[in-house]
Design a binder for this molecule. Structure first.
Ligand code: 6GU
Length: 217
């Protein structure tokens, strides 16, 4: 899966995407990251990417021309890719959607918004607008990394040794609903629940079910 990121701050991505699981996915050839600096497509000698809003108002908006040029460049490299716009006005990212994107395996072109917003005409380029929750961040870069992390870990072959089917059957891919313990058995008087030491797999399963909340989709 080719993941192309369009941003004014492309340097923010490597520390996250070139580490741990996201790096391993790349090392295995499962994904490929490309950072596209929106500034490259800026207008004039100052490489302008933003301007004031018509009708007045605070702040600057991303202009359409650089974004169109950047997306057109990305589309040439991966014509089948879906275009995502990270915006607090988008549809909130859910696990279910991350799973769909990982299974589809289509390339992703991710536009990171900045400043106070963007010219609305760029939404004509976009297949899906994505938000990561009900709060406002200074830009789409952190949300883009969240989206990429959520999707890439679910691509078959990324999690070491596990088959996607197994991941699916394991609490829909998320083993976060029940508490877990490792050694030591007694840490500062805090003991591991007896049932987990029992070796009784049926009882352990029952305990875990009881501890699990409902799976969020
Ligand atoms: Cl995608 N962008 C920004 N700027 N803020 C957000 C967001 C996105 N999702 C939640 N807050």
């Amino acid at each position: 899966m080719k993941i192309q990121i369009i941003s004014l701050f492309p340097e923010m991505f490597a520390p996250v995407l070139e580490t741990s699981m996201l790096w391993k996915a790349k090392d295995k050839g499962v994904v490929e990251y490309e950072y596209i600096n929106l500034r490259t497509y800026g207008l004039g000698p100052r490489k302008t990417v933003d301007d004031t809003p018509y009708g007045g108002g605070d702040g600057m908006l991303l202009k359409p021309e650089p974004l169109f040029a950047a997306v057109e460049h990305a589309k040439i490299q991966d014509p089948e890719a879906f275009v995502y716009l990270m915006t607090p006005r988008g549809e909130r990212l859910m696990q279910k959607r991350a799973r769909e994107l990982a299974q589809e395996g289509k390339g992703m072109i991710i536009i990171c918004g900045r400043y106070e917003g963007y010219d609305e005409r760029i939404t004509t380029l976009v297949d899906r607008q994505v938000s990561i929750g009900d709060y406002v961040l200074t830009g789409g870069e952190l949300p883009a990394m969240v989206l990429i992390d959520a999707v890439v870990r679910l691509i078959p072959g990324v999690l070491g040794g596990e088959k996607s089917a197994e991941i699916e059957s394991f609490s829909h891919g998320d083993n976060l609903e029940f508490p877990q313990y490792t050694r030591p058995e007694d840490f500062r008087g805090m003991k591991v629940p007896e049932v987990l030491l029992s070796g009784n797999h049926a009882e352990i399963e029952k305990w875990r079910q009881a501890q699990s909340g409902s799976q969020k989709e």
